[in-house]
Ligand binder design. Structure first.
Ligand SMILES: NC(=O)c1ccc[n+]([C@@H]2O[C@H](COP(=O)([O-])OP(=O)(O)OC[C@H]3O[C@@H](n4cnc5c(N)ncnc54)[C@H](O)[C@@H]3O)[C@@H](O)[C@H]2O)c1
Ligand SMILES: O=P(O)(O)OC[C@@H](O)CO
Ligand SMILES: [Zn+2]
Length: 352
C-alpha cells in the first residue's frame, strides 16, 4: 500500500524587479493580510527599506510597528514574539539580510501568523525557504518554519547593496554543488531520503549561476536579478526537500563552526564558498572539481582563502576537524577528519 505523503510549502507571491518596494501595500492587499504589521529589520536595512515601508504603509492607513534585531539567536526570536504579542500584531515583514529574515520567519511561525520576506541584499538563499538557521550553544539548528507568504525583492535596492553581499549570495549558491554531493553520499551510505527533483534543481541552479558568472557585476540591476532568481530557486529546492539538505552539506557545517570559532569574521556565503573548495577536494581528490569551484568563486569576486575571509589557518583547521560535531547530518566528513588531513586539504587547495 502506498502511504507516502508530503507538504511542499511555497510562497504565494514572489515579486521581484525594479522598484517593487513600492508594491508592499499591493502585495499585502493581494495576500488578504489585515491588521497591524510588525517590521523586523536591522540597522542599515532599516534606513534602506524598513523606513520607506513604514511611510508607505502609514500612507495606506495601516499602523505599522518596527523593531530592530542585531543578532540571529533564539533570544532575538523570543523578543520579537513578545513585541508582536504585546502590540497586537497580525503579521510580520522580515526586512534585511539573512539574519533579520530568519528571525522574522521563526517568530511568525511560532506566533502562527503570516510573514513577508523583503531581502535588501542577495546574500543568502533563505529569502524563500521554509527553514530558519540559528546557532544554539555548541550546535546549529535548521528549524522548520512556514515559508514567507510573499517575497518582495527590489533589484534596485539589492544592486545598491555592498557588492560583497552579492558575491556572498553567489557563493552560497555555488556551495550547492558539494551540498548535493553530500546528500547523495548520505543517501547511499546511510539511507537518508534523497529527492531527485530537489537535488537536480539545486545543482542546476549552481550550474546556471556559474554559466552566467561573467555577467554578474557590481551595481548592475541585471546582476541583482540573476542572483535573486538563483536564490529563489535554491530556496524552492529546500522547500521541495523539506530540509536544507539540497543547499547545505559539509561546507555549511564548516561555516557554522567558523561562526563559533571566529564570530563575525566573514559573511555566511563567503565561508560556505571557501568550505566548498575543500569539501569538493575531499569528494573528488586532487585532480577533481575543486579547481572549478575555486575558479567559479574567483570569477564572481568571492574569497577563496583564509586570508581573504579574515581568519587564521588554525581557525580553518579547527573548523574542519570539528565540523562533523555541529549537527547530526551525514557528510563526506563522516565521523570527523584528522588534523593532518585537514591541513593537507586546506594547503593543497590553497585555502591556507
Ligand atoms: N534560512 C535559510 O534557509 C538560510 C539560508 C542561507 C543563510 N541563512 C542564514 O542567513 C544568515 C546570513 O545572511 P547574511 O549574509 O545576509 O547576513 P546578515 O543578515 O548578517 O547581513 C549581512 C550584513 O548586510 C547588511 N545589509 C543587508 N542589506 C543591506 C543593504 N541593502 N545595504 C547595506 N547593508 C546591508 C546587514 O545589515 C548585515 O550587517 C546566516 O545566519 C545564515 O545561517 C539562512
Ligand atoms: O541549514 P543550514 O545549514 O543553516 O543551511 C541553510 C542555508 O544556509 C543553505 O544555504
Ligand atoms: Zn547557506
Amino acid at each position: 500500500m502506498f502511504e507516502k505523503s508530503t507538504w511542499i510549502r511555497l510562497p504565494r507571491n514572489v515579486v521581484m524587479g525594479h522598484d517593487v518596494l513600492a508594491d508592499v501595500g499591493a502585495v499585502i492587499a493581494d495576500t488578504h493580510l489585515t491588521g497591524r504589521p510588525l517590521i523586523v529589520t536591522s540597522p542599515t536595512p532599516k534606513s534602506v527599506a524598513g523606513e520607506p515601508i513604514v511611510d508607505q504603509l502609514e500612507a495606506d492607513g495601516l499602523d505599522p510597528l518596527l523593531t530592530i534585531v542585531e543578532t540571529a539567536n533564539f533570544q532575538a526570536v523570543e523578543r520579537v514574539i513578545e513585541t508582536a504579542r504585546s502590540a497586537d500584531v497580525s503579521y510580520l515583514l522580515g526586512v534585511g539580510g539573512g539574519k533579520a529574515i530568519d528571525i522574522a520567519k521563526m517568530a511568525a511561525d511560532d506566533l502562527g501568523v503570516d510573514f513577508i520576506s523583503v531581502p535588501t541584499a542577495a546574500s543568502h538563499d533563505g529569502i524563500v525557504s521554509g527553514r530558519g538557521s540559528v546557532p544554539d550553544g555548541d550546535t546549529r539548528h535548521s528549524v522548520a518554519a512556514a515559508p514567507p507568504i510573499a517575497v518582495i525583492a527590489d533589484t534596485n535596492v539589492i544592486a545598491e547593496a555592498p557588492w560583497e553581499l552579492t558575491t556572498a549570495g553567489c557563493a552560497d549558491i555555488i556551495s550547492n554543488y558539494t551540498a548535493v554531493k553530500d546528500w547523495q553520499l548520505a543517501n547511499r551510505l546511510q539511507n537518508v531520503e534523497y529527492s531527485e527533483y530537489a537535488g537536480a534543481l539545486s545543482q542546476m541552479t549552481a550550474e546556471m549561476l556559474v554559466d552566467r558568472a561573467d555577467s554578474i557585476k557590481p551595481g548592475l540591476e541585471e546582476s541583482a536579478w540573476l542572483v535573486v532568481k538563483a536564490l529563489v530557486s535554491s530556496g524552492v529546492a529546500m522547500s521541495i526537500a523539506g530540509s536544507s539538505r539540497p543547499a547545505s552539506g559539509a561546507e555549511h557545517l564548516f561555516s557554522h563552526q567558523l561562526d563559533r570559532i571566529a564570530p563575525g569574521a566573514a559573511l555566511h556565503g563567503h565561508q560556505v564558498g571557501v568550505g566548498a573548495i575543500m569539501i569538493e577536494y575531499l569528494h573528488s581528490g586532487e585532480k577533481g572539481a575543486w579547481h572549478d569551484v575555486r575558479d567559479a568563486l574567483e570569477r564572481i569576486d568571492a574569497p577563496t582563502t583564509a586570508d581573504e575571509l579574515g581568519v587564521s589557518a588554525e581557525d580553518v583547521v579547527d573548523a574542519l576537524t570539528s565540523a562533523h560535531e555541529i549537527r547530526d547530518r551525514y557528510t563526506i566528513l563522516g565521523g570527523g577528519i584528522s588534523e593532518e588531513a585537514a591541513i593537507q586539504v586546506a594547503t593543497t587547495t590553497g585555502v591556507i
